[in-house]
Each structure stands twice: as C-alpha cells, then as structure tokens.
Design a protein around this ligand. Sequence first.
Ligand SMILES: Nc1ncnc2c1ncn2[C@@H]1O[C@H](COP(=O)(O)OP(=O)(O)OP(=O)(O)O)[C@@H](O)[C@H]1O
Ligand SMILES: [Mg+2]
Length: 379
Amino acid sequence: MNKTVVKVVKSGVRFNAWDSKGQKYTGQITTGARKKAYANCNALEQRVNKSGKTYWWPVPMSVYNATETNAMDTPQHNGDVEIPTGHQEVVDFIQQSYGLKPKGLVMNSLKWKYLIRSAVRGKNIMMTGPAGCGKTLAAKSLINGLDRPNFYFNLGATQDPRATLIGNVHFDKSKGTYFSESLFVKAIQTPNAVILMDELTRAHPDAWNILMTVLDQGQRYLRLDEADGQQTIKVAEGVCFVATANIGNEYTATRQLDKALMDRFVVIEMDTLSDEEEHGLLTYLYPTVDTDMLHNVAKIAFMTRTESMTENPRISSGVSTRTSVEIAGLLFDGFTLEESADITIYPQYDADGGVDSERTFVKQIVQKFIDDGSSDDLV
Ligand SMILES: Nc1ncnc2c1ncn2[C@@H]1O[C@H](COP(=O)(O)OP(=O)(O)OP(=O)(O)O)[C@@H](O)[C@H]1O
Ligand SMILES: [Mg+2]
C-alpha cells in the first residue's frame, strides 16, 4: 500500500506539509496539527476512519524517511523559497532550483530551470507537448515548488468563459440586479500569485479574447464590461500565468491557438521520455513491480512514439507516459501485460481497416513483448 506521509516544514510564518515526492498537503491539514507535528518532530500519516473520513495521525519521522527510499533526486524544500530580489540572489536561486523539482516529475534540468526562471521573472509561460507528457504535472510542480498563492483554472472544461473569467450577473428580489465576480478576478488581484490556465488551447475563443489584455505585458488588465462602476481590473504585481497547450496533437477539440495570443507567452516544450527515462519513472513509482516487465512497458511506449514520428507512420500517435504509468499501476495490481494493454492501449487506436488498422499494428508491437515470455514473470 502506498501511504501518504508528510513532513512539516516551516516557511516564514507558515507551516507547510510536503510528501517526499514534493506534493504539498498544507491545505488538507489543520494548522494546529501541522504546528504540533513540527514541534514534536513528528511526520503525519494520512489515515481513513471507519466512516471513510481522512485524518492525519502523527508518526515518527522514520516513517516519512522510509517513503524517501528509491529517491531519484531529493527535492530540497528547505522551507525558504521566498523569491529573492537582488540580481545575484536571483541568479543563484534559479541556478539551484533543480532541487525544487519533485522526484516524480521527469523533466530535463535546463527546461525546469527555464520554467523557474520564467516564473521568477513574471513571464507568461506556455507548456506545450503531446498528450500525457507531463505538461500539467510540470505546471503544478512549479506551483508547489515556489510556495506562492496559486489558482487553478481548467479552461478546456469551461463552457462559459465569461462566467469563469469575469463573473455572473444575478438577480435578487431585494438587491435587484447585481454582479458577482469570478475566482479569476480574485486571482489576478492577488500579488505574486501563480495562475495555472490548464488546456488553454481547448478553451473557447471568447476566453482567448478576454485574456488578450490580461496577458499583454503593456496592458495587464481585465475588462469587466458587465460590472457597474469598475470597468477594468489591474493584474497585481508579480502575478505569473502558466498555461498548457496541446498544440500539434491529435485532439480534435484543440483549436489552433490565435497567433497574437501565442505571442504573449514564452514557450516551454515538454519532451517525450526516452525508454530509459520512462523505465526510471515507472520503477520509481512502482519499485515492487518486476523491472523487466516495466522495461517492456517503457519499450512499447517508446517504439510506438518512434513509429508515430517517422515519415510514413503506421500509427498517428504513440503510447503516452500517462498510459504507461497507468499500465504500471495495473501490473502492480496483478493484471498481466496483455490485459493492461487490452484495457488501456488498444481503445486509443482505430480498428477500422482490419489487418491494416492502427490497432492491429500496435497489437503486433505489444504481442512481441508478451511472446518474449516476460509476462510470465509476474505471476
Ligand atoms: N514527464 C513526466 N514525468 C512524470 N510523470 C509523467 C510525465 N509525463 C506524464 N506523466 C504521468 O502521466 C500523467 C499525466 O500527465 P499530465 O497530466 O501532466 O499530462 P499532460 O501533458 O498535461 O496531458 P494532456 O495533454 O492530456 O493534458 C501524470 O499524472 C504522470 O503520472
Ligand atoms: Mg494536461
């Protein structure tokens, strides 16, 4: 069983709770419990009571330390991630920022540093790359790493951009018509906030229009044309926007992002993982699953990706890291490689065209690894 155990780290006046993967749990634990654990040098373990409610129980620090085994590289939350202001300090902060990257995120150190640098310098950041390659994970890791006020908006899921980004007009018998502003309005007025705009490419074009002035470094305001009185809201000092995009992938709902909007971002392209990196990640996540088995998963993913990038590809996309992590989880729960592929991989590929279909092609690749007999190792 994978237990969640956190360590409390003091940061200024705050007591933050982190697990060993660099995931922050501060908001889920009462301040009292965090302070007490800190004072007693205890870790906190997440438990569930009989009625299904989770609670946090103090445990010796050794329990937390045990979760750190198999570390690929330890994040160094030294508790002081206040962004410095002097130039030399900023340079040092950026150059040493690799320690803020959680172990569970595989990302090239240069790109991670560029991500941190862009955030520190208040740039608008756009994470690009194919589906399931870690764009959202990297953006969320940045938020956790910097320890700044943060807000999350999934723009791909919003049907009504105006309501999400600006607010709603309501009617009440006693008050008459009134305007209630959105969470986004609050977010942009929060100094030093990091605002994640997930799946921006899938957003409605109305959302892009609303964001045009917000993201422009020379303007940085939001027009509230529905609110009475105040017409525009200024973006607060130090606010940084991080967007994710699925440009150039197969999703039909992904709209071609407007060039003018795209120009407002620095672009950080997430790389797909090599088979060695993929294997490293899967082993880190599931250390008890047979390593050869995980190697096979990594190779299947890698081979399909390589094929999809050839000049005349027989499949339009490769198996993503999201899918390979999912498969590793199924193997961990006792599924065979064949069963896991059946549930997770094949449905992603078109079966039209019979023996010439994409699905048949992928099945052949997977079959090669099943026939190797490696799948027997699991039982
Ligand atoms: N580079 C990576 N390092 C570690 N885990 C990864 C990486 N890429 C993908 N994963 C795994 O895949 C899952 C999905 O990743 P994520 O949500 O970040 O993908 P995405 O690029 O945002 O995909 P989409 O384009 O569909 O939004 C993660 O939760 C993680 O388990
Ligand atoms: Mg995403």
